[in-house]
Design a protein around this ligand. Sequence first.
Ligand code: GLY
Ligand code: MN
Length: 363
Amino acid sequence: MKKEISRRIENLLKKMKEENIDVILSTTFESSSNNPRYLSNFSGSFAYVIIAEDKQVICSDSRYWQQIGDQSPLELVKYTSENASTILHDLLGKYKRIGYECETTTVSAFNDLKKKMEAEEHVFIECDKLIRDIRISKSREEVNLILKAEEIALEALTELLNEIKPGKTEKELAALLEYLMVKKGADKPSFSTIFGSGPNGASPHMFPTMKKIQNGEFIVIDFGAAYQGYCSDITRTIAVGEPTDEMRKVYETVKKAQAEAEKAVSCHLTGQEIDKIARDIITEAGYGDFFGHGLGHGLGIDVHEAPSVSFKNTEKLQSGAVVTIEPGIYIPNQFGVRIEDDVYVTGESHEVLTNYKKELIIL
Ligand code: GLY
Ligand code: MN
């Protein structure tokens, strides 16, 4: 990990030079940002990570000193109640142009920082985009962690399928899936499992309820594991008992849209162009009004990160990005279907990281 963290910091320093930033302050407070984790490998809930050409340190309180020693190659600066008000000034004071994360720093924390530095003439520069951009391109080491997160999640799904029966509730099955992932080595679920049966599946982000599974329903299961911080994000829709002809038609349409869009993933197409491949197939089948969300998103330490695979992204996908491809059709009050894989952009082509069948599973 030491070499990997050095690679990330080198990339960051190069970008900082291009953008004339002397130092970056990356903060996580109550786990508000994963940038400190990306830059230091520290997984706790509170840290300042400070990166300049001549200073690369991590500052946290005593809850985390031992953990930082175990996880991070960066030098530890101990944050204590005696020096709390001055420590940022000590660490940042000599730099003029200070990059900070405006998307995750609260207004009060920012005002506090400015007050601490008020005697001097500092310039504060938003650096969210700069860090977001370097995080897009994943190393093989990062992809291997995502692959492990995929494997854990899919083994858990395979076991769960044996337990899905009419009469069981969405909540108990979603909780079992999360338990199975952690039992198999996940840090935790990568996000709160989405589990919608029958009409509940028509809500794309359905939180599991006490509703009981019934025969003849589709279940949309959108789930993932975090492994050493890296996420998988997978959706499969399965049938409990025989689906109707309409349900089969919708399933096959989503499957085709997903497969064609996935096939096209490369650094030659924009997020918008890949989204359009799936959207056109769904629209031609007559379901365009029932696919409201974007096709996919970047995936890494955050379950949603850059780049977007939707109409919003007019830039070509960058080699090294990991993205989801997840079209869906949601028929209000009836059922929903979504199929989602995670895909690594390898320049001209791609590697599908989610190794799980997409033919309709009927239990
Ligand atoms: N897996 C949930 C989402 O991508 O929004
Ligand atoms: Mn997703």
